[in-house]
Design a protein around this ligand. Structure first.
Ligand code: CP
Length: 300
């Protein structure tokens, strides 16, 4: 079994990941952790795009379950000598890893690699495709906070056109019964998503999920001067005041402070779940690794 997209997961698998993620979240807060269920297994991380949260949380998750973890140094790899992704995958496969976690700038690259690998492959983010484990940790964070996802009004705002996080969240949160609203600059709204203004999306929302402006994926500059993006499309205190009185702020990170979100809102002790999302990321990735390796464990 691979974890390439939200649609590749059954309802039962999603429920298991969310339930187990919450259990690992509590486990991770214990002073000593001593689980060895992935003893003898090797997890390989191959990240062809930069990452802090996803890469480190997969490393920590695998370590906490007793696996050996190897992270490919892409900058120092034979990719730099012109080796193709397919040949790299064949090379990694010959080393017999038990799980490969891959992030790549090309949408669909993890699926191409999965066709070569004999072990489960996890998509750690592919271009503007999907980022399924981010959506799973977002759903787990929301469910832990509100006790449910069904019926929640969730605004997803910002650079929707380039956001693999938004794509995976739209699939997952809709499936779990949330009511989604979308907003962003007209030039950053994809054709297949009906979006409005951030003011419309935020009114009465239970949660507001802001997205980073992915300037590295823009074909031309947005043309916004300093402070203009926040003023027109960002989450300010004034706009957030129109959300539900108990509403929360989320962001997958990394944050452009003062661009898509006011830095004080991102840091708000009671209203921001952003740090909690990172903590849940380790827990949910433990649940994913546990699920995907279930048939690889050495049995006595
Ligand atoms: N949310 C997320 O994918 O962050 P990183 O790019 O730091 O992994």
């Amino acid at each position: 079994m691979d974890l390439l997209s939200i649609t590749s997961l059954s309802d039962d698998q999603i429920a298991t990941i969310l339930d187990e993620g919450e259990r690992w979240f509590a486990y991770n807060r214990q002073p000593r952790r001593n689980d060895h269920r992935l003893d003898g297994l090797t997890i390989v991380n191959a990240f062809f795009e930069n990452s802090t949260r996803t890469l480190l949380s997969f490393e920590i998750a695998a370590n906490r379950l007793g696996a050996q973890v190897v992270t490919m140094q892409v900058e120092h790899s034979s990719i730099k000598k012109g080796e193709t992704l397919a040949d790299t995958a064949r090379t990694l496969n010959a080393m017999r890893p038990d799980v490969l976690v891959i992030r790549h700038g090309t949408s669909g690259a993890p699926a191409d690699v999965a066709r070569i690998m004999d072990c489960p492959v996890i998509n750690g983010g592919d271009g503007i495709g999907e980022h399924p484990t981010q959506a799973l940790l977002d759903a787990a964070t929301l469910r832990q906070h509100f006790g449910r996802i069904e019926g929640l009004k969730i605004a997803i705002c910002g650079d929707l056109k380039h956001s693999r996080v938004a794509r995976s969240n739209a699939l997952l949160l809709t499936r779990l019964g949330a009511e989604l609203r979308f907003a962003g600059p007209p030039s950053l709204l994809p054709d297949d998503i009906a979006g409005g203004t951030i003011e419309e999306a935020v009114v009465g929302a239970d949660a507001v999920m802001m997205l980073r402006v992915q300037r590295e994926r823009l074909s031309e500059e947005l043309g916004d001067g300093p402070g203009e993006y926040l003023a027109h499309y960002g989450l300010t205190k004034e706009r957030f005041a129109h959300a539900a009185p108990y509403a929360v702020v989320m962001h997958p990170g990394p944050i452009n402070r003062g661009v898509e979100i006011d830095g004080a809102l991102a840091d708000h002790d009671e209203r921001s779940l952003i740090v909690r999302q990172v903590e849940m990321g380790v827990a949910v990735r433990m649940a994913c690794l546990d699920l995907l390796t279930a048939d690889r464990r050495v049995r006595p």
